[in-house]
Each structure stands twice: as structure tokens, then as C-alpha cells.
Design a protein around this ligand. Structure first.
Ligand SMILES: [Zn+2]
Ligand SMILES: [Zn+2]
Length: 292
């Protein structure tokens, strides 16, 4: 088991590593630029290699890139879709330079009048383009959503359909966000519901293609169709359900990445909390803080 956060890269890649160390991360996720702006400062080959080697020295692995929030490869708007596909290609290239395991992406919205099946086809096409442009590189990782705003990916079956529709299924993996699943009405907060959800993952995209979990509690109720992350064990999913999730025998080998809100102190608290929920025999060693 590996535990980490979405870690900010504000101030540069060195700052990202510093933040990961303070948070006692053994895995991490990052943006390669501001998530709500198209512009980016490209990472050079050399900086990417240095970053990867600094993480490897700290045994922080794997690391993931999260695509921009602006990205909408499902959009019926041709211009936006084109820009999004271009950006996905760039993101995959940045991830390759950073030696990241993959790029986690939201699947985009088909719009009020849109049909989800069209979105599924568009996501698959976007992946084909990006993987052809950046061959042999990192994976594309599809994240489930809470079902808000006609976004593709509220059901695990949709992720599977995308994988089956690409010409590069071996390059595509999945990421399940617990807060999003809960928001979408997948009852992983109950004992039976969690078992069913894991069975559903296996029956659809298959557990072998699950790259990581986003472990977030939810500020909003079950099946709200909303996406509001909250502190571990303090939200609507709650401590008991979180304990079952992080100790599930078919999930606990995965990297667990938290995307909880707040400050550095909040992250440190969330790391302490999640570690406490993990049974001692499953709990990974705590990475040491560097000596001053
Ligand atoms: Zn996400
Ligand atoms: Zn997430």
C-alpha cells in the first residue's frame, strides 16, 4: 500500500517534493500547470528526469499527473474538443518527461442536450490521438465522476466501454474516486455496497486495470450527484466505511491518493487519520522526516 496526496507544484518541482516529504507521502499526484488555464510552462527532459530521480530516492512511487479541469474531450463543441485533445497530448508528453505512471483525466461533459454514448466515443478517440502522439509513454487513467452536469464516467461500465473502444486498451487504466462514486449513488459506504462496487469494478473495467484510488470523504450526501471532497472520516462516507475501503483485500495493494481540502496542516492530519484507519498489519512504514 502506498499513501499520498495531490501535491501542489506552485513554486516549482522542488517545492512539490518538499511538500510530499512533509506530508509523509509514498505516492503522489500533481498538476503540470494551473488546472484552470490552458497555458503551461513545459517541463524539460532534464527537469523531468531530475524530479523522477528525487522521488525515487525518497521511495515516492508511483507518481501521477492529473489533467487540467478545463479539459473536455466529450464536448459537442468542436473547438473546445480540439483544444482539449491537444492539451491531453501535451499532458501525456509532460507525464512522459516526468516519468509519471499516467495521466488521470476527467472524461468531460456532453452538455445538457448531449448523449453519453457520444461522449464515450469522443473520449476513446481523444485517447487514440494522444497515445499515437506519445507512444510507449505513460498510461491514460480514466476517473469516475459524481454524475454532475452530464459528465461521462458516473458508472464503471462507461469506463469499460471507453477502454474497449480505444485502439490502445493496454495504455488505458482506471481511477476510482470514493467521493465521486458515493456522489454518483454507488453505495460504497455500506458493507454490502462496497462488496458490490468492487464486484462491479471487476465485472466492468476489471481490477487489473485499476491504477489507484482517490480516497476522499464527501461533504455532500449519498447520491447527491455532487462532487465535494472532505476530510478523511469526517464526511458523509464516514470513518467506519473508510476503514472498510482502505482495508479491502482487493484494493489495499493500490496507491491511495487523497485530494482533501485545506492547508498543509489539514493534509498532515488527514495522513495521520488514514494511517490510523489502516489495520496495523496492512499499514505501510511511515517515511522519516528529513533531519534539519
Ligand atoms: Zn480528478
Ligand atoms: Zn479525484
Amino acid at each position: 500500500m502506498r499513501l499520498g496526496f495531490h501535491v501542489s507544484t506552485a513554486g516549482g518541482l522542488d517545492q512539490c517534493i518538499r511538500r510530499a516529504i512533509i506530508r509523509r507521502c509514498t505516492t503522489l499526484q500533481m498538476f503540470t500547470g494551473a488546472p484552470v488555464q490552458w497555458a503551461r510552462n513545459p517541463v524539460s527532459e532534464a527537469d523531468g528526469a531530475a524530479f523522477a530521480s528525487a522521488l525515487a530516492d525518497r521511495d515516492i512511487r508511483p507518481h501521477f499527473v492529473h489533467a487540467k479541469y478545463l479539459l473536455n474531450v466529450s464536448s459537442p463543441d468542436r473547438q473546445l474538443r480540439k483544444k482539449s485533445v491537444e492539451d491531453l497530448c501535451e499532458e501525456l508528453e509532460m507525464a512522459r518527461r516526468l516519468r509519471a505512471a499516467g495521466v488521470i483525466m476527467h472524461l468531460g461533459s456532453v452538455g445538457a442536450e448531449g448523449v453519453i454514448a457520444d461522449g464515450i466515443r469522443r473520449v476513446a478517440q481523444a485517447i487514440d490521438v494522444a497515445c499515437e502522439r506519445v507512444p510507449g509513454g505513460p498510461k491514460v487513467i480514466l476517473e469516475n465522476c459524481a454524475g454532475q452536469g452530464r459528465i461521462v464516467g458516473a458508472e464503471f461500465g462507461q469506463l469499460a466501454e471507453i477502454i474497449a473502444s480505444t485502439s490502445v486498451p493496454e495504455r488505458v487504466m482506471s481511477c476510482v474516486d470514493t467521493a465521486h462514486a458515493f456522489g454518483a449513488g454507488i453505495p460504497l459506504h455500506t458493507e454490502d455496497g462496497l462488496e458490490q462496487a468492487v464486484e462491479e469494478m471487476e465485472a466492468t473495467f476489471g481490477l487489473q486495470s485499476l491504477a489507484l484510488l482517490h480516497v476522499n470523504d464527501s461533504k455532500v450526501p449519498f447520491a447527491s450527484g455532487c462532487d465535494r471532497h472532505w476530510h478523511i472520516g469526517r464526511g458523509e462516507i464516514g470513518k467506519e466505511a473508510m476503514t472498510r475501503i482502505v482495508n479491502h483485500p482487493l484494493l489495499m495493494h493500490l496507491p491511495l491518493v487523497m485530494e482533501t481540502p485545506g492547508t498543509e496542516a489539514d493534509d498532515v492530519t488527514n495522513m495521520r487519520r488514514i494511517r490510523r484507519l489502516i489495520r496495523p498489519e496492512n499499514r505501510p512504514p511511515l517515511p522519516p522526516l528529513p533531519r534539519e
